[in-house]
Design a protein around this ligand. Structure first.
Ligand code: PMP
Ligand code: GLN
Length: 385
């Protein structure tokens, strides 16, 4: 059959996790915790089901969950958002990303992504008939190259994707970045998708810089987050999108025919848990900082070079002291020789920088898992193939 997405294969996360399982390797590739969600949260899910929350919920999301989200963003970002007209609960952040693209991209429109870019953006743009324009982040710190961004903006640019904290790079945007972006697009008809699924895993002293805290940008943005990352329940696939009423109305037109609604009892459980345990998301950065530092001690001992991630539960490591092989090959070598699976960073680029030797490690793992992976990596003998 003539494919509508001829350049899209199976996502790297499925590919590497399958390889890890087949080899019995420790999976530091796909981003999911190997520890469980809080017991109280799973208890609340059972209670919600027992209480009969098993039929279609409102398609825009259960009211108590939308109210809890509004209270959280008011508290953290000083943002006033209306739970009725500006918040939509979706089946994971992935659904919100897809609906936002379908809602605003017309054939011929351009959407700018920063490479390395999370892999869900481009297919959604293409399916809407748009063209993805790739602007590489700077090397080695993964910042925005403002000159290149300026050059990439045309009269056809409709959307710019932001992702902070950034997957896979672990980099973050600060207020000055948002100000610079606002100045660049001020008089243009450009919208933003701000993927902030790692909003609570930010190690910067100033904390996460949300587009919701930037009045000017928030007026033209779909801000997307996910409960999976925050509550260690990636398999529940519950996320949400915050946007001004007119943008939300267009997103909902798509959402109602993609999934209509998101699993009802999970929404009730999350709403109740957020109210009972507001400290959970506030403590997440410290929880993950310790894991990042633990992994990085091992990586350095094994000969990798790291600049500690500023956010997310991913660490990019440079293995050029260990091997000159391309990262896709070296990721396979690590599975075979150390029993550890990772994600090659080059797959997130339209054109990866020549000679870049970067792998992404997920540290959302029990300390024992990180130690077992670290020990295996430190036993590697260099030079490797
Ligand atoms: N955006 C980014 C940057 C991610 O890392 C993920 C995680 N998997 C998603 C979106 C999708 O989140 P969800 O699992 O809630 O669909
Ligand atoms: N976001 C997760 C990661 O970066 C994976 C999500 C998925 O498997 N689709 O590893």
């Amino acid at each position: 059959m003539d494919s509508k997405l001829p350049n899209i294969g199976e996502t790297i996360f499925a590919v590497m996790t399958a390889k890890a399982r087949a080899a019995g390797a420790i999976d530091l590739s796909q981003g999911y915790p190997d520890f469980d969600a809080p017991p109280r949260l799973t208890e609340l899910l059972s209670q919600a089901m027992a209480a009969g929350h098993n039929q279609y919920p409102p398609y825009i999301g259960v009211p108590t969950l939308r109210e809890a989200i509004a209270a959280k963003v008011a508290d953290l970002y000083g943002a006033t958002v209306d739970p009725q007209d500006e918040i939509t609960v979706t089946s994971g952040a992935t659904e919100a990303l897809f609906c936002a693209a379908q809602a605003v991209i017309r054939p011929g429109d351009e959407a700018i992504v920063f490479d390395p870019a999370y892999d869900a953006y481009e297919p959604a743009v293409e399916l809407a008939g748009g063209k993805t324009v790739h602007v590489p982040l700077t090397s080695p710190n993964y910042g925005i190259d403002w000159q290149r961004l300026k050059e990439a903006i045309t009269d056809r640019t409709r959307l710019i994707y932001l992702n902070s904290p950034h997957n896979p790079a672990g980099a973050t945007l600060c207020r000055a970045d948002l100000d610079q972006l606002a100045a660049l697009i001020r008089n243009r008809d450009i919208l933003l998708v701000s993927d902030e699924v790692y909003e609570h895993i930010c190690f910067d002293t100033a904390g996460h810089c949300s587009v919701l805290a930037h009045d000017e940008l928030a007026q033209r943005a779909y801000v997307i987050s996910s409960f999976g990352k925050t509550y260690h329940c990636t398999g529940w696939k519950v996320g949400y999108c915050i946007a001004p009423p007119a943008l939300t109305a267009e997103l909902r037109k798509v959402h109602q025919y993609v999934t209509f609604a998101t699993m009802a009892p999970a929404q009730h459980a999350l709403a109740q848990f957020m109210t009972e345990h507001p400290e959970h998301h506030l403590g997440l950065a410290e929880f993950y900082r310790a894991k990042r530092d633990r992994l990085n001690r091992w990586l350095q001992r094994a000969g990798f070079a790291v600049t500690p991630a500023a956010g997310t539960y991913f660490q990019v490591a440079d293995y050029s002291a260990l091997s000159d092989a391309p990262d896709t090959d070296f990721a396979d070598t690590l599975i075979a020789q150390a029993g550890v699976s990772t994600i090659p960073v080059s797959v997130f680029y339209a054109r990866a920088p020549a000679g870049q030797r970067h792998l992404r490690f997920c540290f959302a793992k029990d300390d024992a898992t990180l130690d077992a992976a670290g020990e295996a990596l430190s036993r590697l003998e260099s030079p490797l193939g």
